[in-house]
Write a protein that binds this ligand. Structure first.
Ligand code: GTP
Ligand code: SPV
Ligand code: MN
Length: 612
């Protein structure tokens, strides 16, 4: 150990110079009281969670209901991702593109350096070595998160592979790691009492794509603070993927086995809170089909030696939307949660020390403590014109290996071959239940036009339709046109015969009286089956200007309590609605300026002429 090191660094369990000098630099700036190098052990987790319980950040749940599990309640102003305050600070503004906030990197560093100066005073600075994807991947993607939040450490232990083994490998292979700096921005002065959820009204979620670094300030919420997740595995990874010829996507991965025992892996991109976790853990309602989970939020994909598209899930846990997750809708998630070892954030508490949220059970408990700590009864529920007991973006954080139906291939560093890609969103109108694209290029166009109503996963208005290309709008770490070009360019590496088939889906279409036109959840297995039968050439379809939609009798509706007319309402192509959609599409693509791929322009022209 060099004598010039700060005394704080002296206990470091590494001699890896690039890491030591970064940690030292951050400590000098943020001025923590102590440094804790996270080893990722069980004992350490126990100690951290004990401390968080004493601090009031975590409430220990009744171990008979949820063993080794905790509930956290955030500041009411720190409940979701803050897209307005999320920045891509590339050297040139052009490279951030029109979908991202941008600031000059030097100006941003100056601003952030001011904010981080002393920001960890009175707190512990945790150093978390982590890897996204497998430690024994060909080219493991390392990161080190520095944070002053023990809640972040405990959550990162569930969501990623962290600790001593990772540190050892970084050091042994002298690997590059993404420096990911996080502070809640709430220094403690001498004698000042801490609050349960420290954070700062001012928030900055900042990415420097060229140097591949992350600075996050002011928030303790998942997507803003667990930096391995959206910040690294999507925004920074999308830039790495662009440069290295692969894809980092906001996609679930599932393994589907047919009654003939044939395996098809499916990847699906839906925007935040639009059904990825639920589809990934689906319990099929049709005979003979089996679903196993590979991932529920992020997929890293690259073409293999034979031109097959392979996908891995870089995460180790679920950070799932709680509301709507119930024994009826998602029993597999419920079973995983019931095994314990979970951290819940902003859910409601039951009187017997368990958790509850809207949609967990049909029966609503007679009394709860809501996510803000107030008494709650059904008389003041949303249904009764009041407020929900759990925040609409409340989350469960659970180790992925607690899913009974986890596919063994989850553990394969090279992932699985993808047969089908679904793009989907939340649209009350216009978008049919399922549409098969006309071709791979047409499928990329479908992804590029994806639109959805905004949800509680991001701060701001809910229910506003916006374009969300490949469900990556808040996560593309560079210019959106370059991103679409990258999809086109990278797919040239694919074996045309093995390119996945692409489908557009919408579980959220409404009937005239405002109800969901399709039951969704387990019944989405019927759509998966149709997609596979399209791949195999055994299911019928109607050709429409937007692509192929199911014929009345090509969807397996066995055991489904729906009339033919009701099914038709879910699957039908409506020419008037698509005419009304066109101006918005043209406006959307006009925003890309010169960086739109030619194939997208050609697809738009094709759609217009087929519609006229
Ligand atoms: P992120 O973690 O934010 O990226 O979200 P996600 O895409 O994984 O969304 P998730 O599966 O957690 O679903 C979000 C909400 O949509 C939950 O309230 C679900 O109950 C609801 N949902 C999911 N699938 C369906 C469906 O098929 N039909 C209906 N009506 N609702 C669904
Ligand atoms: C999302 O918002 O898409 C999430 C939750 O998956 S978070 O990790 O908080 O971004
Ligand atoms: Mn997500």
């Amino acid at each position: 150990m060099g004598e010039t090191r700060l005394p704080l660094i002296a206990e470091a369990p590494t001699t890896y110079e690039p890491l030591l000098s970064w940690v030292e630099e951050v400590a000098e700036l943020t001025k923590p009281e102590r440094i804790h190098w996270v080893d990722g052990s069980e004992a350490e987790y126990r100690q951290l969670t004990d401390e968080l319980v004493i601090a009031g950040t975590l409430t220990r749940l009744n171990p008979e209901l949820f063993p080794n599990s905790f509930a956290a309640f955030s500041d009411p102003a720190d409940v979701a991702r803050v897209e307005e305050q999320t920045f891509i600070c590339s050297k040139n503004e052009r490279d951030a593109g029109f979908t991202n906030n941008w600031m000059d990197p030097d100006a941003m560093k100056e601003k952030l350096t001011g904010l981080f100066d002393g920001s960890m005073r009175g707190r512990t600075m945790y150093v978390i070595p982590f890897v996204m994807g497998h430690l024994d991947a060909e080219d493991p993607k390392f990161g080190v998160e520095i944070t002053d939040s023990a809640y972040v450490v405990a959550s990162m232990r569930i969501m990623a592979r962290i600790g001593s083994d990772v540190l050892k490998k970084i050091e042994e292979t002298r690997a590059f790691f993404v420096p990911a700096l996080h502070s809640v921005g709430a220094p403690l002065e001498e004698g000042q009492e801490d609050v349960a959820w420290p954070c700062n009204p001012e928030k900055w979620i900042v990415h420097f794509p060229e140097e591949r670094s992350i600075w996050s300030y002011g928030s303790g919420y998942g997507g803003n603070a667990l930096l391995g997740k959206k910040c690294y595995a999507l925004r920074i990874a999308s830039v790495m993927a662009r440069d290295e010829g692969w894809l980092a996507e906001h996609m679930l991965i599932l393994k589907l086995t047919s009654p003939e025992n044939k395996v098809y892996n499916v990847a699906a991109a839906f925007p935040s809170a639009c059904g990825k976790t639920n589809l990934a853990l689906l319990d099929p309602t049709i005979e003979g089909w089996k679903v196993e989970t590979l991932g529920d939020d992020i997929s890293w994909m690259r073409f293999g030696k034979e031109g097959e598209l392979r996908a891995v899930n870089p995460e180790a846990g679920l950070f799932g939307v709680a509301p709507g997750t119930g024994w009826g809708t998602n029993p597999n998630a419920m079973r995983a949660i019931a095994k314990g070892n979970s951290i819940f954030t902003n859910v409601a508490l039951t009187d017997d020390g368990g958790v509850w949220w809207e949609g967990m059970t049909d029966e609503v408990p007679a009394h709860l403590t809501d996510w803000q700590g107030n008494d709650w009864t059904p008389a003041i529920s949303s249904a009764a014109g009041g407020r929900p007991a759990a925040h609409p973006n409340s989350r469960f954080c659970t180790p992925i290996d607690q899913i009974d139906m986890l596919a063994p291939e989850y553990f394969a560093p090279n992932g699985v071959e993808i047969s089908a890609i679904l793009f989907g969103g939340r649209r009350k109108t216009t978008v049919p239940l399922v549409t098969q694209s006309r071709s791979w290029a047409n499928g990329i166009f479908m992804g590029a036009t994806l639109s959805s109503e905004t949800t509680a996963a991001a701060a701001g208005a809910v229910g506003v339709v916006r374009r969300d290309p490949m469900a990556m709008l808040p996560f593309i770490g560079y210019d959106a046109g370059d991103y679409l070009n990258h999809w086109v360019r990278v797919s040239a590496k694919g074996n045309p015969a093995r390119l996945p088939k692409i489908f557009l889906v919408n579980w959220f279409r409404r009937t005239r009286d405002g109800k969901f036109a399709w039951p969704g959840f387990g019944d989405n297995s019927r759509v998966l089956k149709w997609a596979i039968e399209r791949i195999e050439g055994t299911a019928d379809a109607v050709e429409t200007p937007i692509g192929f939609v199911p014929t009345a009798d090509s969807l397996d509706l066995t055991g489904l309590d729906m009339t033919e007319a009701e099914v038709e309402e879910a699957v039908r192509f409506d020419a008037d609605e698509w005419h009304a959609e066109l101006p918005g599409l043209e406006e959307w693509f006009a925003r890309f300026g010169g960086s739109l791929p030619k194939s997208i322009t050609a697809e738009l022209e094709g759609l217009k002429s087929r519609l006229s």
